[in-house]
Design a protein around this ligand. Structure first.
Ligand code: GLV
Ligand code: MN
Ligand code: MN
Length: 405
């Protein structure tokens, strides 16, 4: 089987139990049983490709293929965790293609290649995201106390992997020549233009908040409408206000409430508490911040009018992250050498590359995905497009080698 095709097939194999935490679709949360066994399987594939393998203090899996020189390595990486009910390719494909880049080496490159599988790019289990790449890039800071939706703390989950929140910083990497990440586009641009691949120019700034709206739980049959302090109807108005603010920006600004939980959650009880998430993004950090500020003014006004209390906690903040201009030129040259039109595009989705930009110059290659669908089980990538990506990645590695000579 050719390398790109094998990379796609391996992602599909990882999409099912035991590599998924559920049997009716894919969810692979960070530090779950599925994460553990997937990481073991990926380590075995790394060894098969000729790498030595280790895990670091942040639970990242690192495969290393020595080069002829002893300078900093080229890192190729992406993530193994998935969203809930996700697709097979968001994350793992970048790791599998990294492994294929090593498997395809016919002689030692002038620099070592490290393939890294990160743990929590999505933030789908704990409220924060990208903790493992932050630790590796040396930008983690304090890790706040947090628990997943079942009440399992991060400390307990890390403990099961022989790790601890306060020790994650030990994963700090000594530095890299460059960081390369290949990823499905997760949007419709390449497919609409009939292109297999594109070079990413930068990644949009992200901001996430955890919101708690508190009212008063009460009897659904006896409490009259004027007397209610219903946390869910208040939250509903807040969700619509957030949508309106994003729509009225009439730009690349997007805002999403992706998770909402009403408590106590019974048909005959007025909801006394609602918890929801807000995710705000834009290629322009100032625009994102203005929208977040508007949201932070609008929501309390709704709460006050309805007699509710409100807390809005920032849980994740990443600035817009431009890719390295020199590496973009190199990647684009490899794209053109392989017979593809030069196409550059921005990423609305977040990637570990945003964080890795603190450690090394970053390049990203996007692959077309069917109908631009992602964060959805219908996510699909053609093996031929993964083959094309692998060819371009190998061309990039050769050019990087030439530029170091
Ligand atoms: C990750 O896929 C994100 O963009 O949230
Ligand atoms: Mn994702
Ligand atoms: Mn991803």
């Amino acid at each position: 089987m050719l390398g790109g095709t094998r990379a796609v097939a391996r992602c599909a194999a990882l999409g099912r139990a035991p590599y998924s935490d559920r049997t009716d679709g894919l969810y692979r949360g960070w530090l779950t049983p599925a994460f553990r066994i997937a990481r073991e399987q990926v380590a075995a594939w790394m060894v098969e490709a000729g790498m030595t393998v280790r895990t670091d203090a942040a639970t990242n899996l690192i495969g290393r293929y020595e080069g002829t020189g002893d300078g900093p390595p080229l890192i190729i990486g992406s993530h193994l965790d998935s969203v809930r009910d996700g697709g097979f390719y968001d994350g793992p494909l970048g790791v599998m293609l990294g492994i294929e880049c090593v498997a395809a080496q016919t002689r030692r490159p002038p620099f070592a290649i490290e393939v890294i599988a990160f743990g929590d790019e999505e933030g789908s289990r704990f409220p924060a995201a990208m903790l493992t790449s932050k630790a590796l890039a040396g930008v983690l800071g304090d890790v706040p106390d947090m628990a997943d939706r079942d009440g399992v703390t991060l400390a307990a989950a890390l403990g099961g992997f022989g790790a601890a929140p306060e020790r994650m910083v030990e994963a700090r990497h000594p530095g890299a020549l460059a960081y390369l990440e290949a990823h499905i586009e997760q949007g419709p641009v390449l497919e609409a233009e009939g292109l297999a691949l594109g070079v990413v120019t930068g990644i949009a700034a992200q901001l996430r908040f955890a919101v708690v709206v508190t009212g008063q739980a009460g009897h659904a049959g006896t409490c009259t409408m004027p007397l209610r302090r219903d946390a869910l109807t208040g939250a509903a108005e807040m969700v619509l206000a957030i949508e309106t603010i994003a729509r009225e920006a009439n730009s690349d600004l997007v805002a999403t409430v992706g998770r909402l939980e009403a408590l106590p959650g019974a048909a005959n009880v007025i909801p006394g508490e609602v918890r929801f998430t807000i995710d705000v993004r834009s290629g322009d950090a100032a625009r994102r911040d203005r929208a977040a500020e508007t949201i932070r003014v609008a929501l309390p006004a709704i709460a006050v009018r309805r007699g509710l209390t409100l807390s809005i906690e920032p849980v994740h903040d990443l600035p817009a992250s431009p890719c390295d201009p020199g590496l973009m030129t190199l990647l684009e040259a490899a794209l053109v050498d392989a017979g593809h039109p030069a196409r550059r595009l921005v990423s609305g989705a977040g990637h570990d590359a945003m964080v890795m930009a603190a450690l090394a110059p970053v390049a990203m290659l996007f692959m077309r995905c069917r109908e631009g669908i992602s964060h959805n089980p219908a996510e699909h990538v053609e093996p031929a497009d993964a083959e094309a990506a692998l060819t371009v990645m190998l061309g990039f590695i050769a050019k990087l080698g030439d530029s170091c000579a």
